[in-house]
Design a protein around this ligand. Sequence first.
Ligand SMILES: *Cc1c(COP(=O)(O)O)cnc(C)c1O
Length: 498
Amino acid sequence: MLYTSTRGQTDMVCSAHAITRGLADDGGLFVPQKFATLTLDEIVAMSELPYAERAAKILSFFLTDYTEEELLACTTAAYSEERFGGFAAPLKQVKDKIAVLELWHGPTSAFKDMALQLLPHLLMKAIEKTGEQNNIVILVATSGDTGKAALEGFADIKGTQIIVFYPDDGVSDIQKRQMITQQGSNVNVIAVHGNFDDAQSGVKEIFSDENLMEELKEKGYAFSSANSINWGRLAPQIVYYFSAYADAVKAGHIVAGEEINFSVPTGNFGDILAGYYAKCMGLPVHRLICASNTNNVLSVFLNSGKYDRRREFHKTISPSMDILISSNLERLLYQITEEDASKVANWMKELKEDGFYDVGGKFLAKIQKTFFGTWVDEIETKETICNVFRDKNYLLDPHTAVAWRACEKYRMLSSDEKYCIVLSTASPYKFNVSVLEAIKPDTSAKTLDPFAALHLLSDVSGTVVPKPLAELEQKPILHNEQIEKNKMKETVLKILKL
Ligand SMILES: *Cc1c(COP(=O)(O)O)cnc(C)c1O
């Protein structure tokens, strides 16, 4: 299988190339040329397999330049019981016709682990295949979850250096503690005085500095990205849609072939796009519910066809969805226009230069056949956490609560009561203060120290603190470098001893 750019100006490449390069040279994203289809029997049979084998099977349709043994070796290393504390993606039946797919049992308690535990293994194999001689430097700007998940994934992986920049005042206490206690001989964690956009712009500047790139190449380094624009991050996410469906059939909640809905808390559009790809491969999906928080740019797009980033940025209690530009939407547009790369390239140019684009009625109608977009405000999010805990004794994190509420809104508006799987993207403990405020408003959780809040949440909810979070309190702080936002490039050069 070969990969092409959504903007159509580059040669086709194999998957190993797509994964090592991250972004296509024309600025587009790599997309597979076609999608294989699975039969219903193949899908249902997955319920008998361990997660690593389910993943190897789905990936084998895309990463055709990897052998089956190589894929299984990668997925077995990534999804071990030791790293995920058991089965990697358990489906919990919480209510009649609503199940929650828990994707946060990995080492960082957020769903980014599902892809970032695997990506380093795929990347190392890809380097072998492409004959890349350079040391790979992974540069990450993070608003919280990606940084830690990338650090965990790449720590002590031979031939790589990972450098994570996080905004000083933009991540939660727990997220910060997770990053500054990271062990590993090849990891670097640096606080930037500024917000997430400052950190992200700094990284983008480094990536687009051609002189610097040349110099690095001469010295034996190549940059790569662990961002969700990398195909090696997207492909692993297709797996759990199949996995969840197979488990729901096996448990008798649905019959094989029955169409179901998924509700997905969405930021960069990577997770939900993987669900769309699963549908393209024959999974019986009726609707994908795209759930946004107050940053509702996607919800507006899915209801109007207009994508407009010229709007205010809101800081919410579901910060991993606080985003104005959802990069992976570009891949959906490519599919919806039947691979019209010049159309896609034009819209992306308009977005960059004018701040908006409009896909028009025909394409909007096509998108709406599968996607339903809605958004959930802060009060509704807390209400949902509170209600589901009270009625079902199940604790949702704020991101998952947004998706749960979006599913309820969809049902009200559409009267479509199909079985729905809500994707759960973070452990409630990772956002413990907001969750406590929702279920126990009288505790003034904001004033607690982050570890006291962990223990209190455990007491109040009768659930157990995930081990990696419980252990954080005892871990020594290893990274305390702080820099001004205009010193990022200098810092990278210093780390690489150039
Ligand atoms: C990254 C993230 C999301 C958004 O996923 P996208 O693939 O960017 O749409 C949602 N919830 C949590 C907890 C996340 O970390």
